[in-house]
Design a protein around this ligand. Structure first.
Ligand SMILES: [Zn+2]
Ligand SMILES: [Zn+2]
Length: 433
């Protein structure tokens, strides 16, 4: 692999006003992922979505790390691109695809006992170069088996993982970053109802000052998080946690700063301009928005869960308490506060869901839906800018008046929602009236 030469931005657009990053994804080395999660397929998917910066995911896995070394080369400081740029034109049918950059990222699961309870928490770790990744891998490899899963599980406290990550960066004179993943997921999150904590302070202890951002996860949006004053100083980020290329970018974070590793994190921290908010699924769409038991067909709003004292009437066991309920339990505000740190976010419905509804189809995976999506992308460009920012009149003028109407309604929040629960995705449809 060629050495980094202090950055190279030859094929970035001169004044890219807004770009999208998705830093939490997985490779084919993580459990329950698609075999298509290769760097080339992920890059092509990113181009279709309009994601300019993608996490590699899984850099602690020796097999994936070998692939990264073979396939990527240094680009802007702290970032990488496909070597030889072969795949820059590999998103068939999308006009003028942006080149895709990669950042070395991994999701790490910790499990430990604290305060008499088993705590399972997921974290995302980012590093700026391969040698730092290898140094961190050597240390973490002493603690657990990095070969077992692209998202390794380590018997460590959250605080101690953070310490290892920070010290590894400090020793090498580079910035390493850790932030809590999908913070509200019941089982695997810093603030989750089943095995999390009541605050990030309790989770990361004396090192919490080194945490400056958190991933909201699919079932919450930034506003919901602003009901907790304890989260006020954290920037709210959104990423996809994709396990297959199709869902890359289903949530993402917008930036307008120069694309390099340190600048991005300075923008996230708020010491520099360039953080532009997030694009989100509607939180009801997420798998853990409401409470309930999927197997028992019990789905409750928080008020019903309280009425039943949290017990499922079918099986008698405690229901899975979802994100809305958990946020209400920990909130110290009735309404979300407006925080100066925040930038606007927008809730979106994936294009294939919009198109399936437009065609009157029940499922999003059929050939007709796929063909129509391809046709739309070929005239209107990548998915996220289309759903998020392309002027409605322009969508209409370029031959898609029906789609323009639907996207307009989606942007105004004219949607019917039924909340997900206990691992079952919710549904969100654009109102037809
Ligand atoms: Zn996770
Ligand atoms: Zn039950």
């Amino acid at each position: 692999m060629p050495a980094a030469e202090g950055g190279d931005s030859r094929d970035l657009p001169q004044q890219a006003p807004l770009w999208y990053a998705d830093l939490h994804i997985h490779s084919r080395y993580s459990r329950a992922t698609s075999p298509l999660c290769t760097l080339k397929h992920l890059a092509a998917a990113a181009q279709r979505k309009g994601i300019a910066l993608l996490g590699t995911g899984d850099f602690t896995h020796p097999g994936w790390m070998a692939t990264i070394r073979d396939t990527l080369e240094p680009a802007e400081p702290g970032l990488f691109r496909l070597a030889g740029r072969k795949a820059d034109g590999e998103a068939p049918g999308v006009p003028n695809p942006m080149p895709v950059r990669f950042m070395l990222t991994v999701e790490i699961a910790t499990i430990h006992s604290q305060g008499g309870r088993v705590r399972r928490v997921h974290h995302v770790v980012c590093v700026p170069d391969l040698d730092t990744a290898e140094a961190l891998n050597r240390e973490l490899g002493e603690i657990g088996n990095l070969n077992a899963d692209g998202r390794p599980m380590l018997g460590l406290s959250c605080r101690n993982l953070l310490e290892i990550v920070l010290e590894c960066g400090a020793r090498r004179g580079v910035r390493t970053v850790l932030f809590p993943a999908h913070i509200w997921t019941p089982w695997y999150a810093a603030l989750g109802s089943k095995s999390g904590f009541d605050s990030l302070q309790a989770c990361y202890g004396d090192l919490v000052e080194h945490i400056f951002c958190a991933e909201t996860g699919l079932s919450s949006d930034p506003a919901m998080n602003r009901r907790l004053s304890s989260l006020d100083r954290f920037r709210m980020l959104s990423f996809s946690d994709a396990h297959s290329p199709e869902v890359v970018g289903r949530e993402a974070t917008r930036f307008s700063c120069t694309m390099n590793y340190d600048t991005l994190f300075r923008a996230v921290q708020g010491v520099e301009q360039g953080f532009e908010g997030t694009v989100e699924l509607f939180p009801e769409h997420g798998k853990y928005y409401l409470d309930g038991h999927r197997k028992c067909d019990v789905c409750w709003q928080p008020v019903e869960t309280r009425k039943h004292e949290g017990r499922c009437p079918q099986c008698g066991k405690p229901v899975t308490v979802g994100v809305l309920n958990r946020i209400e339990a920990l909130a110290d505000r009735r309404q979300p506060a407006k925080i100066p740190l925040d930038a606007p976010f927008r809730a979106l419905i994936p294009l294939r869901t919009v198109v399936a509804q437009m065609l009157g189809m029940k499922t999003t995976g059929g050939k007709r839906v796929q063909a129509r999506c391809r046709q739309i992308l070929s005239t209107l460009g990548p998915e996220l800018p289309l759903l998020d920012t392309l002027p409605i009149e322009e969508i209409s003028r370029r031959g898609e008046p029906a789609l323009a109407e639907m996207i307009g309604r989606m942007r105004r929040g004219q949607v019917a929602r039924s909340g997900g629960y206990d691992g079952l995705f919710g549904t969100v449809r654009i109102d037809e009236e």
